[in-house]
Design a protein. Structure first.
Length: 643
């Protein structure tokens, strides 16, 4: 969403300044760990409590004498808290609360306290995030001095959901690489098996995959170091040519315009007329719930009692109109008739008997009607798949992450079945609008997964927020279909590694992957805090590649070098070259059901290797995390295992 950032202006790197993180969940902890590994100055983390799991973990970092992490406990990010955290002198502030309103309020306060601060804001609502981004950038431009225009005072709005979705989708959709929208160009990571010839749409070799699970770029462990026996990210041409006959390769492919799949909501319903839409909805209404055994028994008993009282009324009274023999007993049962004080003795006794019968049977009628109504509502939400559905993906959990995954899979043409326990969850109505088969129920129960045709599915994505619940669902799915491909959302890394090893040992012929949304999102948030514009993240087995736009000026690793000479093995590669300055055009596009800014900068995506990079150029880079650290700061990050 943000404009290209200008880096290294007068300093060795923005990370040599104080940074502040505010949050209330795992993203704050993951982000603190990311900055702890690469940041040379203090990082203050603001949490609502140090007693919860995340607070305790950050407190442990704070106690480490080698760590720059400071911890501040505050219930909410008000002005007093931001001042105490040092926002007035900080270089960057990340606002990672789960509530958009809280993040917006804190961002406005922070911009007022420090007009020059770099803001990174977590927002789920995209349109609101765009408005906030423009507002804060205008406020910064108005408040800064004329000589400070070169300072990086950007506002970056990110979504952890959007950052994590490509890897989750890639892990579930075997054979379909993650898709990125980079500066108006749709790119896709595609696995080429060993001894496969290059394709015309291939732009660059991103990785040489490890021998195990070579057809699965989201699978095994990866390495970002040269000479590793496993996955090699951004290999040199000689290595790529030598290993192409023995190992699979992850290629960056340009997706042609005709291949792009878009999906505008509400999709199928928008193309139907009103009458056709109503008929389609009525055809799926589960009216049979009102013919359940319970409902039929209760109303059958009511009808039988009414018939007996009607016969007794006909025998004991002489009504001048025949239909009153049926009408009067019914009024008496529902206590709606007038007292029969002026009628005969038989009529008065029948009214008393009908009243007692009504007291006995009316609660049953109300209960049966209520249960049928509840069942009708639940069944109306549920739309199970057809008996012929197979080779599909089951998505369990339609919260924030599940909804985005569902949109991406549906727009990419995959067959999907959604499962959600809460009928009021965020993505239930969205799934119905897409026409996706939907089952409302607890996926930990085998019968619910059977309705989703888990035995005939290709893979299952388990995306609820509870680690224990996710494990229960995965075990149920494994028992129903031992060979199904499983991707589960787990926060705890140690727990995820243990679960993955155990499931692989128990089901050696099945693929199991565990992913943490906050861990996937943290590198992009950390990169934005340190003054980097990360366009996207592409998973490569258990590693990742970052795509970023950089102005060549001020980067001696790029300026004055050719495209070939600027390439650094296992660290970064120049993918496209354009001219710095205003964008050539501005537009929006839809990718995976998501509106995305597709501003065009006139990049050449197949630059000659001898093309010299000059100060007025702007480049799109594919980098490893370590390579981006070196490129943007000129300082090697702390080696792993420092602590």
């Amino acid at each position: 969403m943000t404009s290209t950032l200008h880096l290294r202006t007068g300093q060795q790197g923005a990370r040599s300044q104080h940074m502040v993180i505010c949050g209330d969940d795992g993203l704050a902890h993951r982000l603190a760990v990311e900055l702890d590994a690469v940041c040379g100055e203090a990082v203050t983390v603001v949490l609502p409590s140090r007693r919860d799991e995340h607070g305790a973990e950050i407190a442990a970092l704070h106690r480490d004498p080698h760590s720059p992490i400071e911890l501040l406990v505050s219930a909410r990010p008000d002005e007093q808290t931001l001042r105490a955290a040092g926002v007035e002198r900080a270089a960057a502030l990340a606002l990672g609360y789960r509530d958009d309103q809280t993040n917006m309020t804190a961002a406005l306060l922070a911009r007022g306290l420090n007009p020059q601060i770099r803001l990174v804001i977590r927002m789920f609502h995209r349109e609101r995030g765009r408005h906030l981004e423009r507002l804060l950038d205008r406020a910064a431009a108005e408040q800064c001095a004329p000589g400070d225009q070169s300072l990086d005072m950007s506002t970056t709005v990110l979504s952890d959901a959007d950052t994590a979705v490509p890897e989750l989708v890639a892990a579930a959709a075997l054979g379909h690489g993650p898709t990125l929208l980079v500066e108006g160009k749709v790119l896709r990571g595609v696995v080429r098996p060993a001894a496969t010839s290059p394709q015309p749409g291939d732009l660059a070799t991103l990785a040489i995959l490890s021998g195990a699970d070579a057809d699965d770029p989201a699978g095994s462990d990866s390495h970002e170091t040269p000479g590793a026996e496993g996955t090699q990210l951004l290999p040199d041409t000689q290595t790529a040519d030598r290993r192409q006959f023995t190992h699979g390769r992850l290629m960056l492919e340009e997706v042609a315009q005709s291949q792009r799949v878009t999906h505008e909501l509400p999709g199928r319903e928008r193309r139907l007329g009103v009458g056709s839409w109503v008929r389609a909805r009525l055809a799926h209404l589960p009216l049979r719930v009102f013919l359940s055994r319970e409902v039929l028994a209760v109303f059958g008993a009511l009808f039988a009692v009414e018939a007996l009282l009607s016969v007794a009324t006909w025998v004991c009274t002489e009504q001048d109109v025949w239909w009153k023999n049926f009408f009067l007993p019914l009024l008496d049962i529902f206590t709606m008739g007038d007292p029969a004080t002026d009628d005969g003795t038989g009529r008065r006794w029948l009214q008393i008997i009908a009243g007692f019968v009504g007291l006995a049977i009316l609660p049953l009628v109300v209960a049966a009607t209520f249960n049928a109504t509840v069942a009708f509502r639940a069944a109306s939400t549920t739309h199970p798949p057809g008996d012929d559905l197979a080779d599909h993906i089951v998505v369990v959990g339609l919260g924030k992450i599940g909804t985005r995954v569902l949109a991406h899979l549906s727009a990419s043409g995959h067959r999907v079945v959604a499962v959600e326990r809460d009928p009021h969850a965020r993505g239930v109505e969205f799934a119905r609008s897409l026409g996706v088969p939907l089952i409302v129920g607890d996926a930990a129960h085998a019968e619910v997964l059977d309705q989703a045709r888990i035995r005939h599915s290709r893979s299952v994505l388990v995306l609820t927020r509870d680690d224990g619940e996710n494990l229960d669902i995965v075990m149920t799915a494994r028992e129903a279909n031992p060979s199904v491909r499983v991707v589960m959302r787990l926060y705890d890394d140690d727990f995820a590694a243990t679960v993955q090893r155990t499931l692989r040992a128990s089901y050696p012929h099945a693929l199991t992957r565990s992913r943490s949304v906050s861990a996937l999102a943290a590198p992009s948030f950390a990169a934005a805090m340190m003054g980097r514009h990360v366009l996207g993240v592409m998973p490569v087995e258990r590693g990742s590649l970052l795509f970023t736009v950089v102005d060549v000026a001020g980067h001696p690793e790029l300026e004055g070098r050719s495209v070939h000479a600027a390439f650094r093995v296992n660290e970064w590669r120049v993918l496209a070259v354009g001219r710095a300055g205003p964008p050539a055009a501005t537009a929006t596009d839809t990718l995976g059901g998501i509106r995305v800014d597709t501003t065009r900068h006139g990049f050449d995506w197949r630059p000659p290797h001898g093309r010299a990079l000059r100060a007025g150029d702007r480049v799109v880079l594919a980098t490893t995390r370590r390579g981006l650290d070196v490129l943007m700061t000129g300082v090697q990050p702390h080696p792993p295992g420092r602590r």
